[in-house]
Write a protein that binds this ligand. Sequence first.
Ligand SMILES: *Cc1c(COP(=O)(O)O)cnc(C)c1O
Length: 400
Amino acid sequence: MSLSNGRSYLAIPGPSVIPDEVLRAMHRPSPNIYEGELVETTHSIIPDLKYVAKTAKNVAIYIANGHGAWEAALANMVDDGDDVLVAATGRFAHGWADMAHRLGVSSEILEFGNQSPLDAGAIEKALRRDTNKKIKAILITHVDTSTSVKNDIVAVRHAIDAVDHPSLLAVDCIASLGCDDFEMDAWGVDVMVAGCQKGLMVPPGLSFVYFSNKAKEMQKKLSRVSSYWDWTPRIAPEIYYEYFCGTAPVHHIYGLRKALDMIKREGLEAIFQRHERHARALWAAVECWGRNGGTMQMNIKDPTHRSRAVTALSIGAPDGTRLRRWVEENAGLTLGIGLGMNSEADPNADGFFRIGHMGHVNAQMIMGLIGTIETGLCALRIPHGSSAVEAAATTLASSF
Ligand SMILES: *Cc1c(COP(=O)(O)O)cnc(C)c1O
């Protein structure tokens, strides 16, 4: 018997749940792509994208996923032969560093492991060693989606300023934008990359590279920038097609317009609060499951360094995979795989899983998710402490 028929919940850290309103906005024939409504709608998206990142600077849109945004940012920041400094707090920073490597850029990787935030002091030391100022950019993730750690961006800004190093500060906010507070201008971020399929609730296909005026000036000194990735025409297109260096992503523009309307309607601060409360309810449940012989543990111990939109958990192999399979097959709930957690003892990371609670998620979905995981733990006879659902309910109720 399966109880999975009904509306399913894809609780993975991207793509996130797509609102019906966004899907409906996309379900339409293409308009004229040369003038009129589509052009006006595209113009209208730019200030709202800046609102979400709390910036008055620049934003270029690419028809790409997050990896495309990584490459776009690099193409506009570094020449081959340059250096970048990478603070790795999980799989994603390594992905960005690999991409830099393939572009002929050498990266120094500061490794902080899979359970800790970055240490800005180590970044400061690395910058002090760079007396020839070869490091052109510092690449960090705001939230690393594999470990669910959230890094302190302001501390990194202070470290750069303490050394008076000219490097650009580049931040991956793909998993955090629209979920966790991020303040591009106030925090002194030069380049920020994001995608549309996580906090912004749109199907994968658009990504964004935000950049400061300093980054814009430094880009002009590069020996070459490929015409497709060049951000310059994209922020000041003389002809509409220059926004996207070709045909516009017509339906994504309508979807994103609707998603941004929803974000503005709710308000950014209210959205952060909603994510905060849901995250706290989930953490309260996990704490209970981990008691009395239960093995489930939060991957990131310190709540201040946890994402509010994705939670990485360990439970011991093979129960992570067993639990994921059970809730998907029997209850219509899909959880995320353990990413980058492979070890010799657990080569397929079967002892880990992740929960995406980003974007278009409300309290009944969070409570359904927690109750469903509890059901899976019971059905599979995985040892766990009791009262998780009650703890989550109490946590949510106390926020009123
Ligand atoms: C999802 C994600 C990416 C990769 O995005 P894709 O759209 O899969 O290319 C990169 N960085 C972070 C932090 C992410 O969460």
